[in-house]
Ligand binder design. Structure first.
Ligand code: NTF
Length: 796
């Protein structure tokens, strides 16, 4: 099919001609994706066979989110036929880019956590490692953001087109999951056994998606579960309609909260649904003795959302397989490992005990027993009451999922060095003292194949023309680019590529949003979820400072800048929604101001998504990574910008620390409070907004402009913003860091005005970005946690 261009053209046309609406782009998409699926299928089946026959250890990555982005283009690229197909289509009068746009984008994630899972899938397959994903096939992905009068509205996103789905329904592999009911102790086979009576059963049906690695040989599986009615009798008194409604809810939609615990029973149902169906499958598919499970299987839980895997594996091993507690615990705690992705208190999962007990009575019993046994052990140590509390799984009427996750796994990792240090020294200090060898760091990474090779073919070409293309297989070899940071002809080419990507973005924005932006201006991008700690507010306040400066000082006429924002606010997060409105209101004001508009532009990109991100990263000059130090566990957007040659303005937070370590302080613009200072203020509770405002008339003016509506042109309510900045003493230190931020921007702009210096910095950023490939991340997980072996047929 894809052996030669001519063969591809012939096959493609033959199939297209059989389609009813053969003129439509959608038909072209349908034919092309059908061909790719067929092409992948042989290798997929072969891979499954080899992985079974060679008894390779398998990794299963449990995650409540997989933010894959569009799939067709990614597969074409990893199959190494992207340019063949693109050229072939062009000769027949089609555009591959337009065809790719036909694919409905699965938005099965909120942000970094879900996207990380998708990058990991790509790296596992590309490294030839047997690693698979288990997740949920939400019918509604993350909501579509619609901006009306500057406000965010949300509409449901339905991404599933059953006919075109990349997932294959595997009816015969369905599993049944019990909820509610009561546990009875009954005598079976001469021993007392807990039996669940009167449960409500839900059927989990898997949809399997092939995950093709680079080179096309390794094809792993991403299995997404869909909830359906089970053919079990309903508990007494339950109506069929009610049941069906409750069942379909489970995989109906993704929770739209990023860094915020929802605490809703539906979310808990989703979590158990994922864990139980996945674990049942793993146990049933095995052909080795159960006691050897840890030798054959590694399970990674992506944050605490799948932490119920721990008591569920215990349940299956004891209640269904007849093991005793000690043996089941030994196996569980040698199979499961846990990644922590946040220390924000509001994101820490704590489930109300009564709610958990009612929904999952047997699971709750097991959690109680894990807690009881662990408490007993802890009592053997000489610890004070406060420390003991921190080591309790059930505490204050709630189950602390992070504690459960740590106690029940053999390794726990944070996602950037600073984050892991904070976990070990502060957030989970007591647990780390108790389990000194469990905690370790593995810094996040990104799939360079999607974020550089696919998103920026022009830059990819330039890099390869300078240093060859081995870096695509081994991204650390981007180091070879370092000497080019002083090579004027390379830098000129780099500038041309950036300008081209900026023009492409500007053109797309003109078409999509009707807005005009100037590719000669500095593109300064802040794209991520809207959140207090990510400080979009600080960015917008800084723009107002610039606006004031322009109007008060005739000599201040800075190089034109376009401030690009993109991101969604959780629907119930009022503060974030006010910030979002403020950005749009400021955009109206600034973009229409006769003086300011020559120097400043603000653009809010509606409904930020993976595919939009693929356009923005390559076109950006400046990467805004300005979270309050200590709050952003890692960040991964920072790495995507860097790899595309954007320069970081940011705080010493998350992976920014390691980015600056790679490029050196001269090649990034760092400002503001350190994590240590922030944590000190938090501990002593001795920071007051007024201390910052007292000696700063500029900030006083800014605050009055914010509060009297002048900043937003009289548009929008800022009550939540006021509450946070004034009444709550600015917990994210927006005002405290504002002047240092402004100075960092001044330094940045002065370097930008010297192209050779700026481009040199940009080149160093690209050259030093290889370490942030998720290939490196996955290799570390494999070496230090999972112990996987490369498949033998990889790259043959
Ligand atoms: C996110 N965590 C962190 O906030 C990001 O800093 C990090 O880059 C990603 O995880 C991936 O590790 C979450 O979304 C959650 F759910 F943990 F709050």
């Amino acid at each position: 099919m894809f052996e030669t261009k001519e063969r591809f053209k012939k096959d493609f046309m033959m199939r297209l001609e059989q389609r009813e609406e053969r003129e439509s782009l959608h038909a072209a998409y349908s034919v092309l994706s059908e061909m790719v699926k067929e092409w992948i299928n042989d290798d997929w089946q072969a891979n499954k066979r080899v992985q079974r026959e060679e008894a390779h250890k398998q990794l299963y990555y449990f995650s409540i989110e997989f933010l894959t982005g569009r799939i067709l283009g990614q597969n074409l690229m990893n199959l190494s036929v992207h340019s063949l197909v693109s050229d072939g289509l062009e000769e027949m009068g089609f555009s591959l880019a337009e065809i790719e746009e036909q694919e409905l984008e699965p938005g099965l994630g909120n942000g970094g956590l879900g996207r990380l899972a998708a990058c990991f899938m790509d790296s596992l397959a590309s490294l030839g490692l047997p690693g698979h994903g288990y997740g949920i096939r939400y019918k509604g992905g993350l909501f579509t953001q619609v901006i009306k009068d500057g406000y965010q509205g949300e509409t449901p996103t339905h991404w599933i087109d059953e006919k075109e789905d990349w997932g294959m329904r595997q009816e015969e592999l369905a599993k049944n999951i019990p909820f509610y009911g009561n546990v009875h102790l009954e005598v079976q086979d001469n021993r007392l056994k807990p039996v669940l009576r009167n449960a409500v059963w839900v059927k989990a049906v898997p949809y399997d998606m092939p995950v093709v690695g680079a080179g096309g040989k390794t094809v792993n599986t991403l299995r997404l579960w869909q909830a359906e009615s089970a053919s079990y009798p309903l508990p007494e008194g339950m109506e069929q309609d009610f049941y069906q409604q409750a069942v379909s809810e489970i995989s109906d939609r993704l929770y739209p909260d990023d860094s915020q615990q929802a605490g809703k029973v539906l979310r808990l149902r989703q979590q158990y649904f994922l864990c139980s169906s996945s674990l049942q499958t793993i146990l049933q598919e095995r052909d080795y003795p159960l006691s050897e499970l840890p030798k054959h299987v590694a399970i990674q839980i992506n944050d605490t959302h799948p932490a119920l895997a721990i008591p569920e594996l215990m349940r299956l091993l004891m209640d269904e397989q007849g093991m005793v507690w000690e043996e089941a615990w030994e196996i569980t705690t040698h199979t499961i490992s846990y990644t922590n992705h946040t220390i924000l208190q509001e994101a820490m999962e704590r489930w109300d005990s009564a709610l958990l007990e009612a929904l999952l009575p047997r699971i709750y019993m097991i959690i109680q027993e894990i807690d009881r046994r662990f408490r007993e052990k802890v009592l053997e140590q000489d610890l004070d009451e406060a420390a003991r509390k921190k080591l309790s799984i059930i505490e204050g009427g709630a189950v602390h999922m992070a504690t459960l996750a740590v106690v029940g796994s053999y390794k726990v990792n944070g996602v950037a060095r600073l984050h892991t240090d904070i976990l070990k020294m502060r957030e989970m200090k007591e647990l780390n003292d108790y389990f000194p060898h469990k905690f370790h760091n593995i810094t996040n990474g990104i799939a360079h194949r999607r974020w550089l090779v696919k998103a920026n073919p022009e830059l990819t070409g330039l890099i390869s023309s300078a240093i060859g293309d081995e870096w695509i297989r081994e991204p650390i070899k981007l180091h070879g680019l370092n000497p080019f940071a002083g090579d004027p002809s390379f830098l000129q080419d780099l500038q041309s590529v950036k300008l081209l990507k900026k023009r492409q973005l500007a053109e797309w924005i003109r078409k999509q949003h009707g807005a005009v932006i100037d590719p000669e201006s500095v593109f300064d991008a802040h794209i991520k979820r809207v959140h207090g700690y990510k400080r979009q507010l600080m960015n917008i306040l800084h723009i107002q400072l610039l606006f004031n400066h322009l109007h008060s000082d005739r000599n201040f006429r800075p190089h034109p800048r376009t401030f690009i924002f993109g991101g969604k606010a959780a629907p119930s997060y009022h503060f974030a929604k006010q910030v979002l409105k403020l950005i749009n209101a400021m955009a109206d004001k600034v973009n229409n101001d006769p003086l300011a508009k020559n120097h400043l532009r603000i653009l809010f990109i509606e409904d930020y998504s993976v595919s939009k991100a693929e356009r923005i990263f390559p076109a950006s000059d400046v990467s805004e990574q300005i979270s309050t130090a200590s709050k952003e566990a890692s960040g991964t957007g920072n790495m995507k910008f860097m790899m595309n040659g954007a320069v970081t303005i940011g705080t010493y937070d998350g992976a920014n620390v390691e980015i600056v370590e790679q490029v050196g302080e001269d090649n990034a613009f760092i400002f503001g409070l350190s994590a240590k200072q922030v944590m000190q203020f938090e501990k002593e509770k001795n920071y007051f907004t007024n201390d910052t405002l007292a000696h700063d008339p500029e900030l006083q003016l800014l605050m009055s402009q914010l509060l009297n509506g002048e900043l937003s042109g009289g548009e929008g309510n800022v009550s939540y913003i006021k509450k946070q900045l004034v009444d709550e003493n600015d917990p994210f230190f927006v005002l405290k860091d504002l002047q240092p931020y402004r100075k960092a921007h001044e330094r940045l702009l002065s370097v930008y005005e010297e192209p050779s210096a700026w481009l040199g910095i940009s080149a160093v950023n690209i050259a030093q970005s290889g370490i942030f490939s998720s290939d490196r991340t996955i290799q570390q997980y494999s070496d230090h946690v999972w112990n996987l072996e490369e498949l033998t047929n990889h790259y043959t």
